[in-house]
Design a protein around this ligand. Structure first.
Ligand SMILES: Cc1cc2nc3c(=O)[nH]c(=O)nc-3n(C[C@H](O)[C@H](O)[C@H](O)COP(=O)(O)OP(=O)(O)OC[C@H]3O[C@@H](n4cnc5c(N)ncnc54)[C@H](O)[C@@H]3O)c2cc1C
Length: 438
């Protein structure tokens, strides 16, 4: 058995999880006794949820387990910024490839449709809002990134609007940004609420085992040792994101990057005065190391920034506190009139990156499959990759699956300590470049 040293932890106060606007409909169950399953999916983020859900649809008689160290909505899936992005995120006008980008868009839209249908069927309020998204720049030197984006959008035939100055300020309720590209297809939501909703819709042949850290693993016999039970399976799927290396599911491919978020309490009606006529919105930065901002539909302001490389795969109170101070500076720069509104929650989570932004999607060994490395866009990507992982395992062939298989070759990352040193230098360089966008 291979010991798993780094186990997921709760990093801070999980704002979305704490503000889920409904009672969780299903009881929390953990692994109490030794048990055999046809399939075990390890990891219940959007990848694991989609893998288990689609497998259960394709194989209604299979006995399936979905196992997680935390509760649904407490992992990275429930800690993110709550964007379900329809367009490819790494649009690069230097190497335009509209055909490839259109395929990614179609897969993202497939994921959005699937999640939309589930949340409508379940009738749970995940604060789903077809709000679109702003890609915005504060400094003129980053306008070129906006132009690169619109060049690619033109090549794909996508709709967008460029907003500037007071027109943009009217949409956002802050004059901080000078120019933005608005695209209409993005969804905003509470990601912890959405993850719980997706879990609540899992067919009856899926057993959900939460608060069940996997302490050791044997990939050959497909055996997982948890605190109280030994779980075995005919087929094992690792949907464990940055923790996949711990399981021996891939080597020298992943670059897990810690990032942090803070969210205010709901603004009062007088504090909302500056947002008179402003719809809830979500904005990502024209620079990849810049700040993500949201005005949520429950009138909170959300800030995400800070990139750090933590090989231990969990953060500390001190680091979360440091990130919170940085969030405060970003917040005050954008909303100086609301300087007295405190953050209610601050937390951290991991972006599981690869050097070439391709995900891990593979059969690793007989009966062992891996789906990992969502490169910062895991709500949509995790949902469609999980769906097609289930089809891959079940022998369902499609052009989409072929496309995914031929675009899942992450490039090599050097082992530690080189990986950590290189990543830290690169991240701090990028943050310096981002400057006013942070
Ligand atoms: C602050 C922040 C903002 C982000 N914003 C966005 C956004 O707006 N939109 C977007 O699409 N993406 C965003 N992301 C990225 C997104 O959250 C991830 O891409 C997504 O969660 C990946 O999904 P996943 O299912 O592959 O992995 P995860 O969600 O990480 O799920 C993996 C699961 O495996 C479990 N696990 C690992 N090891 C073990 C073990 N030993 N035993 C048991 N269970 C284990 C973990 O507990 C975890 O729940 C953001 C991320 C962060 C941190």
């Amino acid at each position: 058995m291979r010991n798993i040293k780094r186990i997921p932890a709760i990093d801070g106060q999980l704002g979305w999880y704490e503000t889920v606007p409904f009672q969780r409909p299903m009881p929390v169950q953990n692994a109490e006794k030794d048990e055999h399953f046809d399939v075990i999916v390890a990891g219940s983020g959007f990848s694991g949820l989609a893998t288990a859900g689609r497998l259960a649809e394709l194989q209604p008689d299979a006995k399936i387990a979905l196992v997680d160290a935390l509760e649904i909505g407490q992992g990275t899936a429930g800690r993110n910024a709550g964007f379900i992005i329809d367009l490819p995120h790494n649009l690069d006008a230097d190497e335009p490839n509209p055909e490839h980008d259109a395929k990614i868009r179609d897969l993202n839209c497939f994921a959005i449709e699937r999640l939309k249908r589930i949340q409508e069927q379940q009738g749970m309020n995940v604060r789903w809002h077809a709000a679109g998204k702003y890609l915005a720049a504060h400094e003129e030197k980053h306008f070129s990134n906006l132009t690169a984006f619109t060049t690619t959008l033109d090549a794909m035939g996508e709709k967008y609007a460029v907003l500037e100055g007071s027109d943009l300020a009217k949409k956002l309720g802050t004059p901080y940004y000078k120019r933005a590209v608005y695209t209409p297809g993005n969804i905003l939501m509470n990601p912890a609420a959405l993850a719980i909703t997706v879990a609540s819709a899992l067919p009856k042949n899926v057993t959900l085992l939460e608060n069940t850290p996997i302490r050791s693993v044997d990939l050959e016999s497909k055996t997982l040792q948890t605190d109280k039970a030994k779980l075995t399976a005919d087929t094992l799927v690792l949907a464990t994101n940055a923790f996949t290396e711990e399981f021996g599911g891939c080597r020298n491919k992943l670059a897990p990057v810690f990032t942090y978020a803070s969210m205010t309490r709901p603004l009062t009606s007088s504090e909302m005065a500056q947002f008179d006529g402003v719809e809830p919105w979500g904005l990502t930065s024209a620079h990849p190391a810049g700040t993500t901002v949201r005005l949520t539909s429950d009138n909170r302001l959300f800030i995400r920034n800070t990139l750090d490389f933590l090989p231990e795969l969990s953060s500390t109170e001190a680091l979360i506190g440091k990130a919170r101070e940085k969030h405060r500076r970003s917040y005050l720069a954008r909303f100086p009139q609301l300087k007295d509104v405190p953050f209610e929650f601050s937390w951290g989570g991991m972006l599981c990156m690869t050097m070439n932004h391709e995900s891990v999607f593979k059969q690793h060994a007989p009966g062992v499959y891996v789906v990992a490395a969502m490169n910062g866009v895991g709500v949509a990507k995790g949902t469609y990759l999980g769906n097609y992982m289930a089809e891959y395992i079940s022998g369902v062939k499609s052009a989409e699956l072929e496309f995914i298989l031929s675009n899942s070759n992450p490039s090599w990352v050097p082992p530690d300590p080189l990986r950590s040193v290189g990543a830290r230098i690169r991240l701090s360089f990028e943050e310096r470049l981002a400057k006013g966008e942070v």
